[in-house]
Design a protein around this ligand. Structure first.
Ligand code: NAD
Length: 255
């Protein structure tokens, strides 16, 4: 019996966050990133979606180690923590350029900065949310988004009773105000927490008002222009995965 390390399960779930991001979008993004001077030595081979997912997990782990005062990390240390081989870690990190120092490993601050840069989270992302219901209220209270640079700047809802209310320090606007509010706040990302049947039209309104990426919490599959990035999150799918893994009793599923 092969045991599935805890992070393997997390990796499997994480990959679901990428199902709506088309390969072409990722390709364009990685090509654009590799043109920056900081990563000009980066491998010309494009990372797979799984590698990009692992970069986020390496980042979390690295930041934790750095907070604990560990400034040099080996690929083995990173790999052990995440349940992947050190060869896989080196392969994933090779996309960032020649950051490893033979016999020493990686300098944590340097690696953190490089991963943040390639993931596009070395900057602030003003974000709006549409559909200020139960899920939205929980999301708005989470401090982790702001720590990662995802700052909610405006809220929208169709319910007249909610419009004008202040929720978690932000005013709820009518959908009609979207173009004006987005122009003022310069928001580029939109979080969609409306009922499924409203998702497509609201997503189109967000795009028309200038949003470039949509985090879709609704079960609706969105059809948006190719230059708009969509990531869909469905906790039900992840719970189903979890149930499946538990049912397997720790046995590794075939790839
Ligand atoms: P909710 O009913 O509490 O909130 C929905 C909000 O959207 C309400 O404030 C409503 O007034 C507003 N709304 C309705 N139509 C609108 C429109 N056309 N434009 C703007 N706002 C509109 O619902 P909830 O429980 O917060 O769930 C919200 C969405 O998230 C649903 O689609 C649900 O299926 C989904 N959801 C996803 C997950 C997940 O794991 N991804 C988990 C829970 C809920």
């Amino acid at each position: 019996m092969v045991f599935l390390p805890p992070f393997r399960a997390e990796l499997a779930c994480f990959s679901y966050n990428y199902i709506a991001a088309e390969d072409a979008r990722l390709d364009r993004r990685m090509n654009k990133k590799s043109a920056t001077p900081e990563v000009e030595n980066a491998s010309t081979v494009k990372p797979s979606r799984a590698s990009v997912g692992r970069l986020s997990l390496y980042l979390r782990r690295l930041e934790m180690l750095h907070r604990e005062g560990i400034n040099k990390v080996s690929s083995r240390l990173l790999g052990e923590a995440l349940g992947v081989t050190d060869a896989q870690v080196r392969k994933d990190l090779a996309y960032l350029g020649n950051l490893g120092h033979p016999g020493i490993g990686y300098a944590a601050p340097e690696l953190i900065a490089a991963i943040r840069r390639i993931l596009g989270i070395d900057r602030d992302w003003p974000t709006v949310l549409v559909g200020v219901g139960n899920l939205a209220r929980a999301l708005l209270r989470y401090q982790g988004f702001i720590e990662r640079g995802f700052r909610f700047v405006a809220l929208f809802d169709a319910d007249p009773a909610k419009i004008g209310q202040t929720i978690e320090g932000l005013t709820v606007h009518a959908l009609e105000a979207m173009p004006t509010v987005l122009a003022t706040t310069k928001a580029e990302l939109g979080v969609l927490t409306v009922p499924s049947q409203a998702a497509q039209s609201v997503a189109e309104a967000l795009v028309a008002a200038g949003i470039r990426g949509v985090l879709n919490f609704t079960p609706q599959v969105l059809r948006l222009p190719a230059d708009i990035s969509v990531v869909s999150v469905d906790l039900t799918v992840q719970l189903e995965q979890l149930a499946f893994l538990v049912q397997l009793g720790g046995e590794e599923p075939s790839r």
